[in-house]
Structure formats: structure tokens, C-alpha cells
Ligand binder design. Structure first.
Ligand code: HEC
Length: 121
């Protein structure tokens, strides 16, 4: 009986941790993005724009970066939902974007990257 109770608790814990986005893990995954993006405040743009403070800001607004017309005209504000769609499949959210990245199809990994981006402030 006691074992049964404990394993139920363990399962509940596992389920809840599977749903909580993990910014630390997102940072690890972000290594795939860091070849193009810097994240420090005032950091330089690279192949992609600097992403400090990107969560909540209007798309295509990093100073000095030459965005595609597609992203400039998208009218997107980077909410968590939009960031998740973007990370999952950039060219599906914004056809014609010049971000040459296929996307991260694993929803948990995408959530973790969104949580990491949200911590850049
Ligand atoms: C091969 C280089 C490259 C890689 C890898 C890459 N990006 Fe990008 N990223 C870009 C470029 C270029 C743009 C600008 C797109 C445009 O103008 O259409 C961009 C734009 C963005 C934007 C929008 C920024 C804004 O100011 O509106 C976000 C957010 C972003 N990338 C996040 C990521 C994340 C997260 C990853 C990794 C999962 C990633 N990128 C991987 C090149 C890259």
C-alpha cells in the first residue's frame, strides 16, 4: 500500500516536471542558435539579430539588423506562443524569412528555449 502511494507520488512529480519549461535546458539547446545569435545586452548582431530582451518585443526591431521584408511586415509581437511557433518552424510562421534554421520539432525542447529567451532581460 505504502509503495503504491509512493509510486503514485513519483509519477505525479514526473508528469509535472515534464510540463514545466526549463530555461536551463533551453540554454543548453540554444547552443544551436548561438552560432547566429548573441544574447548579451547591447551585443553585436551576427548572422542573426541580437536576442537580448526579445520576449515581448515587436519582431524585426533589433537596432542595425537587416531583416527580411517578410519578418518586417509580419506584424508579430514575440509572445511565448509566437516564439514557440517560430522555434518549431520559422518558415511556416513567416514564409520568406531569412532565418536558415529548420526548427526544433520537440515541443518540450521548444518550450525550454522559449523559457530561456524569456530570461534574457
Ligand atoms: C543560420 C543562422 C541562424 C540560426 C541557427 C538561428 N537563427 Fe534566429 N534568426 C536568424 C536570422 C537571419 C534572423 C532574421 C530573420 C529575418 O529577417 O527574416 C533570425 C531571427 C530570429 C528571431 C526574431 C528576432 C527579432 O528581432 O524579431 C528570433 C526570436 C530567433 N531568430 C530565434 C532563434 C532561435 C531560438 C534559434 C535556435 C533554436 C535560432 N534563432 C537559430 C538566423 C539564425
Amino acid at each position: 500500500m505504502r509503495t503504491l502511494f509512493l509510486s503514485a507520488a513519483a509519477i505525479a512529480l514526473l508528469v509535472s516536471s515534464a510540463h514545466a519549461a526549463d530555461a536551463g535546458n533551453g540554454k543548453t539547446i540554444f547552443a544551436r542558435c548561438a552560432i547566429c545569435h548573441t544574447v548579451k545586452k547591447g551585443g553585436p548582431n551576427g548572422l542573426g539579430p541580437n536576442l537580448f530582451g526579445v520576449a515581448g518585443r515587436k519582431s524585426a526591431s533589433a537596432p542595425g539588423f537587416m531583416y527580411s521584408g517578410a519578418l518586417k511586415n509580419s506584424g508579430i509581437t514575440w509572445t511565448n506562443d509566437k516564439l514557440k511557433s517560430w522555434i518549431t518552424a520559422p518558415a511556416r510562421l513567416v514564409p520568406g524569412t531569412k532565418m536558415a534554421f529548420g526548427g526544433i520539432s520537440n515541443p518540450k525542447q521548444a518550450d525550454d528555449v522559449v523559457a530561456y529567451l524569456g530570461s534574457l532581460k
